[in-house]
Design a protein around this ligand. Structure first.
Ligand SMILES: [Zn+2]
Length: 460
């Protein structure tokens, strides 16, 4: 972490807020605290049920994340929304930034959080860090403690023309991007991916806080339009849109949420509206899918798909024999059958050189592509030939970049190719409505200042 970042993350919430939001914004924030929260649970309960009701009309449920210490103060409220089908994930033991904790403190506090979830009988599967403040050590902690997924990688969608905003608002917005370690949106970054057994499910920014409090866009129709533009972009790339809507802004955002959901359900192909845990279960299921391609006669292959019934099997530039196919997106068609023969100009599979490490083949499988080892002289008989003796790179950053370039390239190939789509049941994209319940009452909001101070002593 840079020394510049150290200055941005002081331990005290008040000075933190003043530094990142400015004194004017902090005063504004204090006013809104008293309008968005109450001294009882009533306002937050109403906000949570508003989101749940809104999604229920689309047969979907939200995912909420909550600091364990806040859950401990409001167990029946959370138990009630869990029984209505909402997923509850862990948002720290207290609302602190893990980038300020040693790996030991991260481990200890995550364990403490798990204990509270167990005591209160709230099932959990995933973790989202306050301020999306993850580190490589956090990923190891989540893996060791058995989490199915984490949802911290902040994919930035450039859907706002910042030129229309004042320099001070633009500065505040830029501070959020830095705080959230924003990454660009593309085909690869909009997909979940495994790091070992831990699934990383991307989240999206700008979130509601950046729109409402940073850029002061409070018109619900305008917010709904921005969210729909993000959805359109995600749909075009076939990825996941994880909206982050803090329940404290649910009431002013209700109409915006309706606009987004109505937009998402009126696309030509369906969008899977889903909780993050369901995505984690699906991605695990999908990771076992394989395509077995056997040559029959020149230009003909037999295909056996080892997958579950909800897999979406896609083909392009291939003639499928004696089977019905359904048009899907662009040049892709959907094949309902799992056993069939095809005619194609080349083997509809990715040929991988013998010196390319197995990790690259595993990566191709994870992305839903069929792969076979092949010799360089046979390269031209495959849809695409991959020769990466050094794998996808040595550093995390290099690997992410190379994987991104590779996926983008394969997706755009106009050659005979079979593959599994990202989402089940012929869905083109996925949409998860998530929200961090940072506080339930005004008391929670102010207790946070003390809790963060008590639990962030050990700065690296
Ligand atoms: Zn939070």
């Amino acid at each position: 972490m840079s020394s510049q970042n150290e200055e941005i993350y002081p331990m005290n919430l008040v000075s933190f807020s003043i530094k990142t939001k400015g004194p004017g914004n902090f005063a504004r924030r204090l006013r809104t605290v008293f309008t968005r929260f109450g001294f009882t649970e009533a306002r937050t309960r109403h906000a949570l049920h508003t989101i749940i009701d809104c999604l229920a009309s689309y047969h979907a449920s939200p995912t909420f994340f909550i600091p364990a210490i806040v859950l401990r103060r409001h167990p029946s409220l959370l138990a009630r929304i869990a029984t209505r089908g909402s997923e509850i994930g862990i948002h720290g033991y207290v609302h602190n930034d893990y980038r300020h904790l040693s790996v030991y403190e991260q481990f200890k506090q995550t364990q403490q959080a798990i204990s509270v979830f167990k005591e209160t009988h709230i099932p959990y599967a995933g973790f989202r860090n306050p301020y999306l403040g993850w580190t490589q050590e956090s990923l190891r902690v989540f893996t060791r403690l058995g989490f199915q997924y984490e949802s911290n990688e902040a994919v930035l969608h450039n859907v706002i023309d910042l030129a229309h905003f004042s320099p001070s608002l633009r500065t505040g917005y830029a501070k959020s991007l830095q705080l959230f370690q924003a990454i660009p949106s593309n085909i690869y970054t909009l997909r979940p991916h495994f790091e070992g057994t831990l699934l990383r499910i991307p989240t999206s920014i700008p979130d509601d806080e950046m729109l409402f409090d940073r850029l002061r866009i409070t018109n619900p129709a305008e917010v709904g339009c921005i969210w729909s533009r993000v959805m359109e972009h995600v749909y075009d790339l076939g990825g996941l849109y994880t909206l982050n809507l803090h329940p404290e802004r649910a009431i002013p955002c209700r109409k915006a949420l309706d606009i987004l959901l109505s937009f998402a359900t009126s696309r030509p192909l369906p969008i899977w509206i889903v909780t993050l845990q369901e995505i984690a279960q699906w991605w695990n299921e999908r990771s076992q899918f394989r395509l077995h391609i056997t040559p029959l006669t020149p230009g003909r292959w037999h295909i056996a798909a080892a997958c579950t019934s909800r897999a979406t099997l896609l083909a392009r530039h291939i003639t499928v024999e004696d089977q019905t196919t359904q048009p899907w997106h662009a040049t892709d068609v959907c094949i309902p059958s799992r056993n069939f023969s095809v005619e194609a100009a080349r083997c509809p599979c990715i040929g991988v050189s013998l010196q390319t490490p197995q990790s690259v083949v595993d990566f191709l499988y994870e992305q839903g592509y069929p792969a076979q080892r092949c010799l360089p002289e046979d390269a031209h008989t495959y849809a695409y030939y991959l020769d990466l003796p050094g794998g996808t790179g040595t550093t995390c950053k290099e690997r992410a970049q190379q994987k991104s370039v590779l996926v983008q390239h394969i997706e755009q190939l106009q050659v005979p190719l079979l593959r599994f789509a990202c989402w089940p049941n012929a869905n083109r994209a996925a949409l998860a409505i998530s929200g961090d319940i940072d506080s339930v009452t005004i008391q929670d909001f102010f207790l946070r200042i003390l809790e963060v101070r008590q639990h962030t002593r050990q700065v690296r």
